[in-house]
Design a protein around this ligand. Sequence first.
Ligand code: DGY
Length: 319
Amino acid sequence: MKPKVLITRKLPDEIISKIERACEVTMWEYSDTPIPRDVLEEKIVDIDGLFCMISETIDEGLLEKAQNLKVVSNMAVGYNNIDVEAAKRKGIMVTNTPGVLTETTADLTFALLMATARRIPEASEVLRSGEWKSWSPLGLTGQDIYGATLGIIGMGRIGEAIAKRAKGFDMKVLYHNRNRKLETEDRLGLQFVDFDSLLKESDFVCVMTPYTPETKNLISYDQLKLMKNTAILINTARGGIVNEKDLFDALKNGEIWAAGLDVFEEEPVPRSHPLLTLPNLVTLPHIGSASIATRMKMANVAATNLLQALQGETPLNLI
Ligand code: DGY
């Protein structure tokens, strides 16, 4: 008997075929709508493997319903949507997709940083709406990127990839991390600083930490107040790391100059969210890893992890 697998979003045929060769597959047939919770609760009871996305909350209550589940394979590097400790207690493996999305996410982070600094969405809108009347000496002026100081909070793979891009713009790069990375500092010419100094000295602050109970609200009003009034905050990690109410206040009160967000505490962010009323906020719908090649790689890695676990091997990316 083949192991039973549930895939929570419609995936490209080549990924499904790869899994189907060894498993009996049930798939939620939509790519743009998440599987409803009640369907997930019903299906999880007798499956052996779950292939899921960050939009599914895999909590203890859900895991308790599973009778045969051996592996939860998340198609993402972040896994704050999964209660890993509860899974461990039940002997269920959890896997993720590190490495393959590093450069793509760093590209998007840098694109968001540049779009925010140079007000690109706003400028484009001025043109399209017919408001562009004339070249103007201080019209749509933004902040310089080259030569500025970038502070990266969290120096993992993606943090490093952003630092490399920043060096091409002659930026001074500061970082803060739980532990110092001396080899990375030497190789990329980075400077380790304490958290408050990073906030005070940087022109751009990039949040690149995983989302954990320790990093929830890591950037709140006190931290935003430490930043320069001309500074820009960029978050492509997870929404809850930045306190959204405090960010709204700081942007409104001019504590910081602008922010670029690819992630929100609640996703999709409600259209009525106060942050979306601000002109000095550039937003994206969580597309950090969204290149065709990278999403295919993530799906392939997630499929391999799933198959390895179901074949009794230790998956390459076991958390
Ligand atoms: C991840 O992999 O954690 C991203 O946020 C989704 O691409």
